[in-house]
Design a protein around this ligand. Structure first.
Ligand code: ADA
Length: 561
């Protein structure tokens, strides 16, 4: 998949991006489809979203993708997907090998013994909102595009292979870090291990493998540069285990949240940035490289040092670019105003937990990720929902004790779970859903005072959403709601307040770019053009008036203090 470095130099990897055979099966039930009888009469781009292209725009149902792939040598193979929306079943030569639900996270489907010759890969992809994909809900405010939206690859796995690498900073100043190699093997036995970093050999030894397990080592890179937003120094670690190999990029840095600020790599930050959706009218959730680069260029031009990936894990290439440019990222799981009953349903919480595990597994080594988040605007004010917060935040801490955790609250005044987070994050819409622009400083003051009174004044306090709609190009002497003038004024007031008021650790404006909303009628009635237009860019990334206002304020603000 598109990354900024070569992950495997020895392992045989085939990029499956391209034009796949395709057909749309509509209402069909995936359990009763005879895959051998499917007539593939169209083509579809992988990566891509089938419901963003003209022939199937807005379609919901089952789709089938097919690709014939040459297999040079028989043996164990792995199909690796970076994100398929929302549910899929993967077939290898007519045989189902894996189901997956969720989208936005990587998963793989293994074939123990593939014959040499040509294999037929079929993927049934279902973008209906419902039981197959419990995390996606129609009421959530974004268009839930379907398809093989991110990269796909075929790997040939040797007898012992690396499942993943985990690099954790132990002491950034001393260049100390730990490495965990997760592996699996066809048979236990000794294999050579070689670990290199920046041309230095860190380990060369023989390790005894079990059928599956981990190898853990601690290393030191004396004098190695640390990662911080103003100096995002990266290191690449290369691991060879028997015939297999894997590389990963990492940064040496600690994150702390004491004294009401997020400190990253020794820099005490004021986080200034935006929420970012991965959505485009022509590509859906797919992020072609030129689009990603345009986003990153505009994020930098705006003077941001922070992006909240709303409301799901972001594209791995976007995270790679943030690593390189020193842009701090809040990475969160899929979530949007789930009702309290759902958070009491153990099956639902388990689905969230699985998705959360996948997010962390894929992204844990990105130094740009400075905070993990869950459950946007869910009922953290309802006592019966607290168990879900404990479970999911607890799981994040268990998987990664090095990063702070948070969630964006919808109702800070009634919130019952703030004791569970390291960063208090508040979504608030003064001047939009209530009051006028003069309500902005009043409400922000009230929030900061409440958080302090509730005993959380020492935790960084982020405005995780604030914003106003603006129909692109709509200017009006009245400067009323939906005009570019009103949005610009409101965002100016919000940013100025956060920069000037030391009680705030940062702001993530809602939102960087406009994006298509869901087809839920109640939402559509509040979204002209079916678009959430609170972006400072329109959906084609053309700047609105507020862009300049925010740019000037962000660029003029001290980003460290
Ligand atoms: C909420 C939500 C966002 C978006 C926003 C809005 O805060 O978290 O996803 O829907 O409101 O535009 O109203």
């Amino acid at each position: 998949m598109a990354r900024r470095f070569t992950v495997h130099e020895r392992r045989a990897v085939r990029d499956l991006a391209g034009a796949w055979d395709f057909t749309f099966l509509g209402e069909a039930d995936p359990d009763t489809v005879d895959v051998a009888a499917i007539a593939f009469d169209e083509i579809m781009a992988v990566p891509g979203c089938f419901d963003a292209v003209p022939d199937h725009a807005g379609a919901r149902g089952l789709a089938a993708y097919r690709l014939r792939v040459p297999i040079e040598r028989a043996g164990r193979h792995r199909l690796a997907f970076d994100g398929v929306h929302h549910w899929c079943r993967v077939f290898w030569d007519g045989r189902p090998v894996r189901d997956h639900a969720g989208g936005f996270t990587a998963f793989s489907a293994d074939v123990e013994r593939a014959e040499a010759g040509t294999a037929e890969v079929i993927v049934l992809v279902d973008n209906r909102i419902g039981s197959l994909s419990p995390l996606h809900m129609e009421h959530a405010d974004w268009y839930h595009f379907g398809g093989i939206a991110r990269g796909a690859e075929l790997h040939r796995l040797p007898h012992a292979w690396i499942e993943g690498l985990r690099v954790a900073t132990e002491d950034a100043g001393a260049g100390r870090f730990s490495l965990r190699v997760d592996y699996r093997a066809d048979a236990p036995g000794p294999v050579p291990l070689l670990v290199e970093c920046g041309g230095r050999v860190l380990a060369e030894e023989t390790v005894e493998l079990d059928a599956s397990g981990t190898v853990e080592r601690a290393f030191e890179l004396p004098g190695a540069e640390t990662w911080s937003p103003s100096n995002p120094a990266l290191h690449t670690i290369a691991v060879r285990l028997g015939e297999d190999d894997m590389r990963e990029r990492f940064g040496l840095r600690e994150i702390t949240t004491e004294g009401g600020r997020v400190t990253v790599g020794g820099e005490r930050l004021t986080l200034l940035g935006f929420n970012r959706h991965e959505s485009h009218p022509q590509f859906g959730h797919t992020q072609p490289l030129p689009l990603l680069l345009a986003d990153v260029q505009q994020i930098r031009d705006l003077g941001c040092n922070f992006i909240r990936g709303s409301h799901y894990p972001q594209d791995p290439m976007f995270l790679d670019l943030c690593d390189e440019l020193g842009i701090c990222v809040w990475s969160e799981t899929i979530g949007w105003q789930y009702p309290a009953e759902l958070l009491q349903d153990p099956e639902f919480v388990e689905a969230q937990r699985e998705h959360l595990d996948e997010m962390v597994a894929a992204a844990i080594n990105h130094p740009s990720i400075i905070v993990w988040g869950i459950l946007n605007e869910c009922p953290s004010y309802a006592p019966e929902a607290r168990g879900a917060y404990e479970r999911l935040l607890g799981r994040l801490r268990e998987l990664d004790p090095t990063r702070p955790v948070t969630y964006a609250t919808l109702n800070v005044y009634g919130d019952l779970c703030l004791d569970l987070v390291d960063v208090v994050a508040v979504n608030t819409y003064p001047g939009w859903y209530f009051g006028g622009v003069d309500e902005v400083p009043r409400e922000l003051d009230k929030i900061a005072a409440h958080v302090a009174e509730a005993g959380h004044g020492d935790k960084p306090l982020l405005v995780s959403e604030i914003g106003a709609g603006a129909v692109p190009g709509w200017r009006d002497a009245h400067r009323g709601m939906w005009t570019e003038e009103y949005q610009s004024e409101l965002l100016g007031a919000a940013v100025r307040h956060v920069i000037d008021d030391d009680r705030f650790a940062g702001i993530a404006i809602w939102v960087l770019g406009d994006f298509r909303t869901t087809e839920h009628k109640e939402m559509l009635l509040k979204r002209p053009r079916s678009v959430n237009d609170k972006g400072v860019l329109d959906e084609y990334r053309r700047p609105k008036r507020a862009y300049e206002t925010v740019r000037e304020l962000f660029r003029g603000a001290p980003q460290q203090n």
